[in-house]
Design a protein around this ligand. Structure first.
Ligand code: PGA
Length: 253
């Protein structure tokens, strides 16, 4: 069954002491509020994974990474493998974020490799897809998303597909304060779920949680999460404040 999920993507923010404060703040907030039916995931930068993982041992959240190498362990200077993440207690990993596609030229083929390596280590991929403003204005958003999903994910067998999370993140909404309307989000989420139904079947499609990401905040989360095919959010800026992040995690009806 689809899970309700709120994942925080800290991106390349915070120094060690600040990260320590933030994760302890999140842990305290989680003790105050009831998030029993929600999987809360925190994705800090690599150097803070161990810190966050240690706090997670006594708290109600899971640890995620923001990226992983598309190679197995070996001579790949500067990279971090899926098995290393696993050894740090990481259970989730963001893959194919638009910032990685844009600044690091990540391709759908590499994203497919990353997903394979994560699943081999029993780490759940949170796979990001989404169109740019130009693509939306040109009416190409459905095609772009179909291509990202087909080339990046649909090589998986049905069993593995069911283990993945998808995040719809319109690039024009990320860090811009310009959120997709709840209707725009629902339209694309339903489109993605329908693609899964067509390629696999409805049972598989009903297992995959689809998150919305892009300027999601405590004010708009409730409306977005109330939509039929929106199973939660991938939160950037608002995940850097413990109170806002947990308020978002409490935004399900
Ligand atoms: P934002 O980022 O919430 O700051 O828009 C979301 C994301 O990029 O995952």
């Amino acid at each position: 069954m689809r899970r309700r999920i709120v994942a925080g993507n800290w991106k390349m923010n915070k120094q060690f002491a600040e990260a320590d404060d933030l994760i302890n703040g999140i842990s305290e907030q989680l003790r105050e509020f009831d998030t029993t039916d929600v999987d809360v995931i925190v994705c800090p930068p690599y150097p803070f994974l161990e810190l966050v993982s240690d706090v997670a041992e006594d708290a109600e959240f899971f640890v995620g990474a923001q990226n992983v190498a598309h190679f197995d362990d070996g001579a790949y200077t500067g990279e971090v493998s899926a098995s290393m993440l696993k050894s740090l207690g990481v259970d989730y990993c963001i893959v194919g974020h638009s910032e990685r596609r844009k600044y690091f030229c990540e391709t759908n083929e590499q994203i497919a490799e990353k997903i394979n390596r994560l699943l081999q280590q029993d780490i759940t991929p949170i796979i990001c897809v989404g169109e740019s403003l130009e693509e939306r204005e040109a009416g190409k958003h459905f095609d772009v998303i179909k291509q990202q999903v087909t080339e990046g994910i649909f090589h998986l067998k049905a069993d593995d597909m069911q283990r993945c999370i998808i995040a719809y993140e319109p690039v024009w909404a990320i860090g811009t304060g310009k959120t997709a309307t709840k209707e725009q989000a629902q339209e694309i989420h339903a489109f993605i779920r329908n693609l899964i139904t067509e390629h696999y079947n409805d049972d598989v499609a009903q297992e995959v949680s689809i998150l919305y990401g892009g300027s999601c905040n405590p004010k708009n989360a409730k409306d977005l999460f109330a939509m039929q095919d929106v199973d939660g959010g991938l939160i950037g800026g608002a995940s850097l404040k413990a109170k806002d992040f947990i308020e978002i995690a409490c935004s399900f009806e």
